[in-house]
Design a protein around this ligand. Sequence first.
Ligand code: NAP
Length: 486
Amino acid sequence: MIVGAGFGGMGAAIQLKRLGLDNLLIVDRESDLGGTWHVNHYPGLAVDIPSATYSYSFEPNPHWSRLFAPGAELKKYAAHVADKYDLRRSMRFDTAVESARWDQSAQMWEVTLAGGETVRTRYLLTATGFLSQPKMPEIAGIDSFGGTIIHTADWDDTVPLRRKRVAVIGTGATAVQLIPELAKEVGHLTVYQRTPIWVSPKMDFGVPTPVRSLFAGVPLTQRAARMVGTSILEVMMVSGVLHYKEAPAVNRIAERFCLAHLHRQVKDPELRRKLTPSYSFGCKRPTYSNDYFPTFTQPHVTLETTPIDRIDETGIVTADGGRTEIDVLVTATGFNLWDTNFPAIQVIGRDGKDLGEFWRRERFQAYEGVTVPGFPNFISLNSPWSYSGLSYFTTIECQMRHMERLFIAMRKRGATSFEITPEANAAFLERMTEKVGHSVFALGDCAGANSYYFNQHGEATLLRPTSTLNALREAGRFPTDDYAYA
Ligand code: NAP
């Protein structure tokens, strides 16, 4: 059983089918497949990783219309993958999972769905995403607001915005895509910024039809394009973020590059000051845009940096007493990872061990970002230390490779159950902890970043602090005796 029908869940399903495990059930709380690309459809949504890289390497899509494809194309690609790999027949939608409990005597997981139904499964895989539990801002009076409130992850296309007074709270990667689109339509836009974001130029362009035909006719050419995109991201991530200790200059160059972009696009020094981050590049996910900064130079757009004090029935009041009347409030306030998403459902393993409690009490950890001691036959795809590189597909394919090696090793031993040993898990945790000490997260100035890369204890335990090449290599070569089999 796989929980989640996004790209992570579908990748896992494809791998299980390759291994001959085709008695599959894939459940998703949403009404269709695609995960984040089904849920998110706010104006301006596009992928922020080149599309040739943001896709399965074994299922290239020659039809991307742009270097950074719009969100709707990702959803279409997800549907294509589900059809081609015959996954739909295993999918059940509008099905939320509440909890899962390991039954030691039967060596099975008992999974409870919302509504009380239970399902028993030999193997349980959670692919519930990192950014799937929307976070609403805790601001005094927000419930008294009489206008419309929309979270970006629950976009309502029917809400009229034309010539309305609209406020956006948040300036993360989502807001950077949304704000320029909203500004085209609304009467007045006020953006409430708590923390500025590092923004670099976006070298986006339409993929000409002859190039698409070339990609379709000679797939090797698209593989080469993918390789270029992946290599650029890898250099940015490894040298600019993970090896900050060894190469701080790369990080500074990235900062300068973004600052030059801001300088070119915004002439007003005061506005520029407000838009300049005070934390090191890479502490939180930077983004790309060519139209975000210029939006704030338009007369009907206001960048408000005074903290919000409260919201009342018709407007937002800032700490200096300033008040802005609004019709619509857009919360681009992101997602809660560490309180509600790790794990997204209650998971009770062997001897009653509760995964959420374990992570909170004894640090967030998972062997190779995949398995946790005390949880047999359980693969947690969205785990601490699992996100590798910048494209989520790198993570997915590493995990698929890990699953392949693990299941083959299990079968060779004539076993049907696996569990990572505490020793192997502890050694992995120690290695990741040591490596993260070289990164911008430990050595840069991240104090003012408010980054979701950091958990509630201030540890940056989301991203795997190694190159993606290392992650891929280890996924295919980890010692199979790191697991116990039964
Ligand atoms: P985010 O990066 O977490 O940003 C949330 C924003 O809301 C931040 O600016 C935050 O300010 C602000 N905020 C939260 N609570 C607030 C409060 N109570 N008062 C004032 N401001 C508040 O979330 P996101 O923009 O949705 O992006 C999440 C991630 O999704 C990105 O990092 C990226 O990985 C992914 N993403 C990808 C794409 C793509 O590929 N196409 C597009 C969008 C997003 P603070 O920083 O001060 O907390």
